[in-house]
Design a protein around this ligand. Sequence first.
Ligand code: SAM
Length: 263
Amino acid sequence: MKHIPRKRFGQHFLADAGVIDSIVRAIDPHAGEPMVEIGPGLTALTQPLVERLGRLTVIEIDQDLIPRLRAHPQLDVVASDVLKVDFTALSQRLCGVLPEGGSTAPRMRVVGNLPYNISSPILFHLLDHVAVIRDQHFMLQKEVIDRMVAAPATADYGRLSVMLQWRYAMENVLFVPPECFDPPPKVDSAVVRMVPLAAPPAIDFRTYGELVQTAFSQRRKILRNTLGRWLEQRGFGGQFDLQRRAEEVPVAEYVALAQALQA
Ligand code: SAM
């Protein structure tokens, strides 16, 4: 029976063989690698991936799609909302041991043509489990990827850039126009590669998150008017140039400021 795409699950199925091939080449899967695909849908990407991997774990929320996924002999199906999946526990199942404590255990790879309506919550959910992830390849709205990879002092540089760049090296690896999907989305898409930094700075993530949110709460204002009070409340007595706007401050300076607040 033909599946009717569901808007509430962000269902835009890949329908262009050339683009599917380019995404698979960008991911570069190898036999035996532990990999998880978010939102396999009608398996446009799933099938070429699993042919190379041998086995693949897929996470799908749409109950109507679950029986045909379960019928696939090479797929391990997690029928769930991805936002409820404990990726650290999943990694333990797939890779055997946790990579903490200097272990050289293989780490999980995560891929997917994500539902655009919840792409930011998915990115932040994975950030909580980043220690068990080797890399992430995601199809997203191009505009979101532009913000993720943006450099300081550009129009796209904002909270998303600063919240992700302290932890990942990221690049836009492929542009994908709407006509490559069925049904076509209203926006351009792209594929981002996200590789967790091997030696990330030690920060208290809550402090960092609050700092970045406060700084960007009114991005046109100078930081004295937004961050100034917040820093005062925390008894910050260090040096930080508050005459700038949030979008002019590089990620490394936000990291250093969060660390100074923790000290
Ligand atoms: N991978 C398929 C493709 O490229 O053709 C489908 C991609 S479609 C953009 C997004 C997929 O994510 C759909 O299969 C949808 O049902 C699934 N999805 C949506 N919300 C989800 C959630 N919260 N958890 C898991 N899967 C979800």
